[in-house]
Design a protein around this ligand. Structure first.
Ligand SMILES: CC1=C(/C=C/C(C)=C/C=C/C(C)=C/C=O)C(C)(C)CCC1
Ligand SMILES: [Fe+2]
Length: 547
């Protein structure tokens, strides 16, 4: 496991041709672009948590049956400051860092505290988001970074706060058919209120035919939900949408804002300011997209921790939503590098297995329904919603499958009825060992796995003109701990889950988090060559990374 977690990964700046075995369909053209942590030590200093690592972008470009691999560290302000100082100087999720050890720590802390909410990192290691023609690397703070999806060059830093009042925002936005982005963030103690803000980034900006108008400068608030608590809003990693509604889980995994405000002074990490409150409920907020208001019924369920929503849709006046749920927050605990590196087997056992659960909420309340009765009359699920007093409804999910994470779907079915979940199979260890296709209808699954192979999140790419939901291919980057086996891009037939091809690359590939596939046709010719901004930056490039 040291191969995967212990070492800083080298960049592969020039496209490296992969050795392809099997056959790549002629229609499969484009780039799989992904991000994840690649560097966990800088000089003599080391991060504590796997989610702290410096963002390493990587891509597989598929062109006429050939595959090329590249990787490049995101040149975030965080990366540059760390490399320049040759030590970690910016705080991340699990590591609190101090910019300048020579200065009096208390004077620094004072200026820091004077801003209740501190400036966060722009180390965008979690995902890639498409905003109009722009691609951005994302994390969960107020910063995102535009990138060139072909050269992996880092472009400008965007501060969400300049456009919408959010201190944090998810790395898992939704896209509508036109490419407009919908995301949610938290606005902390702004004008005396803490709320969850849903905002939109338009796909296009009309500007009298003028080119280059960035949609990111035109994002706007769609609606907001008041937090149950001013000083302990929920932590969340994603949300759900249907054609007409938005699903937001206010879970009892909460951030303690007072702890965060004093974390720097106390030398405590952001992670230590998060806690699971097993005595609290999980509130299910359903927002009607037409009225931009929450539905009046108060839905809730048992305490749980959800990182990934899988999908949601409406069926016969009910809203169904599927999530990967945990019974506690042990997942974040396991990703401390000390736990990952020591004795892997002993220290990396989850105390709660990630489970695919289906919830159902009634969209119209039957006023005459009896107290305690189940308001869900669907034959497709055993999920229940029990009527309680004062417009309260207690939801009990249907357990669909245990042991999967990093879910993806055929995105044409996002917010709509769907049948298949593609995911990484995890059992008691948080590191995936197999790729899985789960069929919600038949409750059966197909799997791909190989010894010493560690698959990344599987990405579904539809065959052009496909009619079936699973007509397409699955792409998954596979890291290897077998010295005899190179890492590779795995290409599976999404229907049968048989291997169509693999493209091996002689690099030390990192285990990544999320990403997207950019079909060949999506390329803007203007983006092929480095932009002027990139050329200028290259000229004044800073010190090369020390790995
Ligand atoms: C830096 C920072 C944060 C970073 C969180 C990260 C980096 C979360 C990663 C989550 C992942 C990868 C989940 C996978 O399921 C917080 C806590 C939002 C707030 C304070 C500053
Ligand atoms: Fe995620």
């Amino acid at each position: 496991m040291d191969i995967i977690f212990g070492r800083n990964k080298k960049e592969q700046l020039e496209p490296l041709r992969a050795r392809v075995t099997g056959r790549i369909s002629a229609w499969l053209q484009g780039t799989l672009l992904r991000s994840g942590p690649g560097m966990h030590t800088v000089g003599e200093t080391r991060y504590n948590h796997w989610f702290d690592g410096l963002a390493l972008l990587h891509s597989f470009t598929i062109r006429d049956g050939k595959i090329y691999y590249r990787s490049k560290y995101l040149r975030s302000d965080t990366y540059n400051a760390n490399i320049e100082a040759n030590r970690i100087v910016v705080s991340e999720f699990g590591t609190m860092a101090y910019p300048d050890p020579c200065k009096n720590i208390f004077s620094k802390a004072f200026s820091y505290l004077s801003h209740t909410i501190p400036d966060f990192t722009d180390n965008c290691l979690i995902n890639i988001m498409k905003c109009g023609e722009d691609f951005c690397a994302t994390t969960e703070t107020n910063y995102i970074r535009k990138i060139n999806p072909q050269t992996l060059e880092t472009l400008e830093k965007v501060d969400y706060r300049k456009h919408v009042a959010v201190n944090l925002a998810t790395s898992h936005p939704h896209y509508d058919d036109a490419g407009n982005v919908l995301n949610i963030g938290t606005s902390i103690v702004d004008k005396g209120k803490t709320k969850y803000v849903i905002f939109k980034i338009p796909a296009t900006v009309s500007g009298g035919g003028k080119k280059g108008l960035s949609p990111l400068k035109h994002m706007e608030v769609f609606c907001s939900i008041a937090s149950h608590s001013l000083l302990s809003p929920s932590y969340y990693h994603s949300f759900g949408v249907t054609e007409s509604y938005i699903v937001f889980l206010e879970q009892p995994f909460k951030m303690d804002i007072l702890k965060m405000a004093t974390a720097y002074l106390r030398g405590a990490s952001w992670a230590s300011c998060l806690a699971f409150h097993r005595e609290d409920k999980t509130y299910i907020h359903i927002i009607d997209q037409r009225t931009r208001k929450s539905v009046l019924t108060k839905f809730y369920t048992d305490p749980m921790v959800v990182f990934h929503h899988v999908n949601a849709y409406e069926e016969d006046s009910c809203l169904l939503f599927d999530v990967i749920a945990y019974e506690d927050s042990s997942l974040y605990q396991l990703f401390y590098l000390a736990n990952l590196k020591k004795s892997f087997e002993e220290n990396s056992r989850l105390t709660s297995v990630p489970a695919l659960k289906r919830f159902a909420v009634p969209l119209h309340m039957d006023k005459n329904a009896e107290m305690g009765s189940n308001l869900i009359k669907l034959s497709s699920t055993t999920a229940r919603a029990l009527k309680e007093e004062e417009d309260q409804v207690y939801c009990q999910p249907e357990l669909l499958y245990e042991g999967l994470e990093l879910p993806r779907i055929n995105y044409a079915h996002n917010g709509k009825r769907y049948r298949y979940v593609f995911a990484a199979e995890v059992q008691w260890s948080p590191i995936p060992t197999k790729v899985i296709k789960y069929d919600i209808l038949t409750k059966s699954s197909l799997k791909w796995g190989e010894v010493h192979c560690w698959p990344a999140e599987p990405v579904f790419v539809p065959t052009p003109g496909a009619e079936d939901e699973d007509h397409g291919i699955i792409l998954s980057a596979i890291a290897s701990t077998d010295p005899q086996k190179l890492p590779f891009l795995l290409v599976l037939d999404a229907k049968t889950f048989t291997e169509l091809a693999r493209a091996s690359v002689d690099v030390e590939m990192h285990l990544d988090l999320h990403g997207l596939f950019i079909p060949g046709a999506d390329w803007d010719a203007g983006k092929q060559a480095p932009s002027r901004e990139e050329r200028d930056r290259a000229a004044e490039r800073r010190v090369a990374p020390r790995t």
